[in-house]
Unconditional design. Structure first.
Length: 169
């Protein structure tokens, strides 16, 4: 059995007060025969677009340096999000301090404007593979940081962005 931890930072009310509250949810999931989830984190963003997207930081302890891992970027937006994609600068820092910075584009809707992923009302969730078959070279705490790379500082109707790491068996 593995433990899945989801951390959410939510605005108290998207349309009135913009105070941030922290909610931590713990769930347990049964390990399947193929995939074991290591980490799932989501960080909420100011959906009204009043503030720029900060650098979002995810920290995860990796103790398996033998198995291959898959890394995913999760995005939640509303149907009013004005773009069909999201550009991210993703910086990964190993326990040794070695850092890799990459650019990653997530396509959120097709050419006809149909949102990809799963939707409920006007909210859409998309999980896109970022890297496959990654073998972490060192045991320890890795830091993954996202910074948006769009041409606007403020991204209205982008609700949250997350990181998911799975171990392939």
């Amino acid at each position: 059995m593995i433990q899945q931890i989801e951390i959410k930072i939510l605005p108290k009310d998207l349309y009135e007060d913009n105070k941030i509250h922290h909610i931590v949810r713990r769930k347990t999931k049964v390990e399947t025969s193929r995939i074991k989830m290591i980490r799932l984190d989501r960080k909420s963003i100011d959906a009204r677009g009043k503030k720029a997207m900060y650098v979002l930081r995810f920290e995860v302890f990796i103790d398996d340096t033998v198995s291959a891992h898959n890394l995913y970027v999760n995005v939640r937006n509303t149907s009013l999000y004005p773009f069909s994609n999201l550009h991210l600068f993703i910086e990964t820092t190993a326990p040794s301090g070695h850092t890799i910075r990459e650019t990653f584009e997530i396509t959120l809707s097709d050419d006809r404007g149909k949102w990809l992923g799963s939707g409920l009302g006007d909210m859409w969730d998309l999980q896109q593979i970022y890297k496959t078959n990654v073998r972490f070279a060192q045991r320890g705490k890795y830091t993954v940081e996202y910074q948006q790379g769009m041409r606007m500082d403020k991204l209205p109707f982008l609700l949250d962005v997350g990181l998911r790491i799975e171990v392939e068996k």
